[in-house]
Every structure is written in C-alpha cells, then in structure tokens.
Design a protein around this ligand. Structure first.
Ligand code: GLN
Length: 304
C-alpha cells in the first residue's frame, strides 16, 4: 500500500475544510493555539511509515490520554475495574452530568470525563508516584523520553474546570472516588495536558494495534485479550456522542481529544494519528475526521 501517496492525496481533498469549526476555548491555554494547523502520520506494524505536514508538531493530547489511563487501570485492577465504571457508549457529551446523576455515580464508560476521573482516582490510590509513573508509562509505550506534561495547560484547565469539578463532586457524593476531590482533578488535568505529535501518538498506539505483541511497558502489562477489548471500547465509546458517526464514516476504533488530535487503529495493520485544532460541535477535529474517512475509503481497509 502506498501510504505516502495516499496521505498526500488526502491532504489536497481536505483543504476545502480548513476553516471549518473552531478550536476549544473553554481551556484558556488551548484558545491560544493557532487553529490553522494540520498533521498526519501512519505507522504499520511492519515498520512502514508515512506522514504529511505538521506530523512532528506536539499538541495537547487531552482525552486521548484516557486510553493510556485505561491501559494502566486494566493492568492494575483487571476486571474489578468494571465494578467502578461501565463499558457502554454514553450518547452524551464528554462532560455531561445528567447521565451520571441518573446512574448514581457510575460512569457509562472510561472514555468520558466522569470515567476518566474515576480512573485518575484509582491511579492515585494504586501508584507509588502517580505523576512520575504515569509519564514513565506513556514515554515507554511511545519509545520517547522527551514527552512531558504541560503544567501551564493543566493549571489553566483547573482554574476554569467548573464542570469537571461538578462531576468530581457528584462522584464523591456517590462514593465513586476515594481521594480528595482537588487532588483527583489536579491529576486528571495533568494527564490530559501531555503533549505529543502525530508521529509519537501513532507509534505509541501500535501497542494497541498489535495485540499479538507482548504488552509490557514500564511494569504495565496487558493480555492480548485485554488489548483487543480496549479496541472494542475505542470503537464504541471513543468519540462521545459521535461514536456512531465515526464508526459509520471511518470504520476503525479510535480516540479523540479537544486538542484536535485523533488516533485510530486498524488491528494487525496500522495506527494512524491526525491533528487539526478546529473542532465540530461534538468536540472532534473536523479535518481529522475527514482525513480518516478518506484514508479508509482510499485504502478500502477498515474493520468492516
Ligand atoms: N481535559 C478535557 C476536559 O476534561 C478533556 C476533554 C476532551 O478532550 N474531550 O474537558
């Protein structure tokens, strides 16, 4: 497959969408990002790679970090994790409160904010040095020691994080989190603030694309079946209330973030990351979704 040629063709096709949507501004630091940027990188499990435009520019991975959190929590808790968080699509926005209230503090899935806040609490309880251990895992799975948190972004989100604070309070009321609310939020925002490029994300997600390779990074281990199940959750819950649309248009498991990044996986073939800060009303990158839709159309490869 000539991925480089395909990516270049895709770029020409998505240029008309370059001004559609706007970047997330509810996190003040993200409002400062130049919205007119785009990058894309694909890596196959056989070592082929192709990239276009700003594939090496780092951006805020935001909710994509929820995949790393899930890997760590599954490794630590195994199936006990599912007593604290569900695995059904939410059909609601990533920061929605009302479902959490009706379902008495048990988040629908790990890829919405409430689910990730519960995972942050589990990690705080179970890791010896949560901030260092989390970063070590991400660096190891990506094979890159320079990946880091952006504390300015985390602090900026904490200052304006009223909705996430409401979610954390509701979780605490229902005894769904054990640690101090402020501490849990601070750690959750920190994990969201990690910065990576499309190339780094695509390489990191090869670990999830290839469930036949041993998953063992910085002491975090998963069975082949756990890796496959993580893909199942990415397929059904990776795009909040747009998971059905993404499945329909792209046909791959994936995860998005409000920094404008999307990572998708074609199991046993490749991992692809795309980034452009302008988002649609559901909080997913406009050019990102378009680029991935074209990728699976041109290659005729998807899980369906
Ligand atoms: N840190 C962001 C938040 O909690 C992550 C949301 C996202 O990327 N969808 O609102």
């Amino acid at each position: 497959m000539e991925y480089q040629q395909i990516l270049e063709e895709i770029y020409q096709q998505i240029l008309p969408y370059a001004k559609e949507g706007k970047q997330a501004d509810y996190i003040p630091e993200l409002a400062k990002v130049n919205p007119d940027q785009f990058g894309m990188c694909i890596n196959t499990i056989y070592g082929e790679t192709a990239s276009i435009e700003q594939a090496d520019t780092r951006f805020s991975i935001q909710s994509i970090s929820k995949v790393f959190s899930l890997a760590m929590c599954l490794s630590i808790k195994g199936d006990d994790l599912w007593k604290k968080v569900g695995k059904e699509p939410s059909g609601t926005a990533f920061n929605s409160l009302f479902q959490l209230e009706i379902e008495k503090g048990v988040p629908r899935n790990p890829f919405i904010n409430s689910g990730a806040i519960v995972m942050a609490d589990i990690l705080l309880t179970n890791l010896a040095d949560p901030e260092a251990d989390y970063l070590r895992f991400v660096r190891t799975v990506a094979g890159n020691d320079t990946i880091d948190y952006n504390r300015q972004v985390a602090e900026s989100e904490r200052e304006k994080g009223y909705l996430n604070a409401a979610i954390a309070n509701l979780l605490k009321y229902h005894n769904s989190i054990d640690n101090d609310i402020e501490r849990v939020l601070q750690f959750y925002f920190l994990t969201c603030s990690i910065e990576m490029s499309c190339r780094e994300l695509s390489l990191a997600f090869l670990a999830f694309a290839n469930h036949r390779r041993k998953f063992d990074y910085a002491g975090i281990t998963l069975t082949s079946s756990q890796v496959k199940r993580m893909n199942a959750i990415m397929q059904t819950c990776g795009f909040y209330d747009e998971a059905g649309e993404f499945s329909y248009l792209v046909g791959l498991p994936g995860k998005s973030g409000v920094g404008g990044g999307i990572v998708a996986i074609y199991p046993l073939q490749y991992s692809v990351a795309v980034w452009s800060p302008r988002l649609n009303p559901k909080g997913n990158s406009v050019m990102g979704i378009k680029a991935l839709e074209l990728l699976t159309s041109y290659t005729k490869e998807s899980i369906f």
